[in-house]
Design a protein around this ligand. Structure first.
Ligand code: UD1
Length: 335
């Protein structure tokens, strides 16, 4: 791995990946359309080349891939709840973009491809924690596109074209995650709510469980995955095994930021998985993986960063593709 293209490198996880690769003295080129903003470019050193472009455009992919030997594909609109009412936008960004980049990767003769998939691909499961061998019972459009692209990678691997590394992340949070996005990322949403002196709002009873994983606990392992032959075309869960309810998360953030705040409850979100956490035995065995950052420490670091930035106005999409499936919390700007 000498020169890596990071698609979506200006995003939350992507920009941390760029920094970690540079720490490892690897040349990095970023391809990003800056839909999520370009504020993270300020974290890059001069050695990072940045191309503004779109993975949906073949010519942009071609240009960005020139001279690279590895591709990290992190270009996505990662908003599971929102994908239910903007399925076309979701398919375009998350699937067509990835497939376009993949086709050009193959045309460029590049074999190593790292793809950040998601726990969302498992959907509703009876057995927890979820192992990689579980059936993929996708439940929403975001998950469909992640699963579908995993299949594209498998098929082109079987056609002898690429060596894919597929990592399934779960509920990653940390500095640089968008705080002004009301549709995704419960951690930054709750933190922003407290900064704005507004009560955090919970969809449903708050007893849904998630394994909130601090950013460094996913970035370090994926930057070291390429070349690990056992992980070629072999999806792997990466994240913490510690699980919290959303209610507990809200209580922790309120305790740390503003004990005056009170939790508000509203009806549950469409297709919201109740309990989702993963077994990471495979990562422990094949990557010597261990999540290191506790929720309390991770929240402290994220809150410190967020305070530096200050309260943000939430930015709502001005369109929906399926109005009747748009949760009232968004139309009424309750979140
Ligand atoms: C899912 C995926 C995650 C992926 C993300 C991309 C699962 C288990 N996780 O996250 O891997 O990166 O999509 O979008 O599928 N909530 C509130 N109030 C709020 C915001 C959220 O109660 O203001 C609740 C949600 O209803 C949900 C939980 O908090 O139950 C987490 O929501 P969110 O952070 O958006 O992520 P997931 O949908 O779990």
């Amino acid at each position: 791995m000498k020169k890596v293209l990071v698609a979506g490198g200006a995003g939350f996880i992507g920009s941390h990946v760029v920094n970690e690769l540079r720490k490892r003295k690897i040349e990095v080129r970023v391809l990003d359309n800056f839909v999520g903003g370009n504020q993270n470019l300020g974290y890059f050193d001069d050695g990072v080349e940045v191309i503004e472009g779109d993975t949906c455009r073949k010519e942009d992919c071609k240009k960005a891939l020139e001279g690279c030997d590895t591709v990290f594909n992190l270009a996505a609109h990662a908003a599971e709840g929102q994908s239910v009412f903007i399925p076309v936008f979701n398919a375009q960004t998350n699937l067509i973009g990835s497939v376009t980049l993949l086709a050009e990767t193959i045309n460029a003769g590049i074999r190593d491809v790292v793809f950040t998939s998601s726990i969302a691909t498992y959907g509703k499961q009876k057995k927890m924690p979820i192992k990689e061998t579980a059936p993929l019972n996708v439940e929403d459009p975001y998950a469909i596109t992640k699963k579908a692209f995993e299949d594209y990678l498998r098929v082109y691997h079987e056609l002898g074209q690429i060596d894919p590394y597929i990592v399934r992340f779960f509920n990653v949070y940390g500095p640089r995650q968008r705080m002004d996005d009301p549709y995704r990322g419960v951690v930054p949403i709750f933190i922003n709510k407290c900064l704005k002196k507004e009560n955090p709002v919970i969809f449903g009873d708050g007893l849904q469980k998630r394994a909130f994983t601090y950013i460094s606990d996913v970035v370090e392992p994926i930057c070291g995955i390429v070349g690990n032959k056992k992980l070629v075309n072999n999806p792997i869960n990466i994240g913490t095994e510690k699980v919290y309810t959303v209610k507990k998360l809200a209580e922790e953030i309120i305790k740390k930021m503003d004990p005056e705040m009170k939790i508000e409850f509203i009806p549950k979100r469409t297709s919201d998985v109740k309990i989702a956490y993963c077994d990471t035995g495979k990562a422990k065995k094949l990557l010597k993986y261990r999540a290191k950052v506790s929720l309390s420490d991770g929240l402290d670091k994220t809150i410190e960063w967020a305070k530096g930035l200050g309260a943000q106005e939430f930015r709502y999409f001005d369109y929906t593709e399926i109005p009747k499936l748009t949760h009232g919390a968004y139309t009424s700007k309750k979140i």
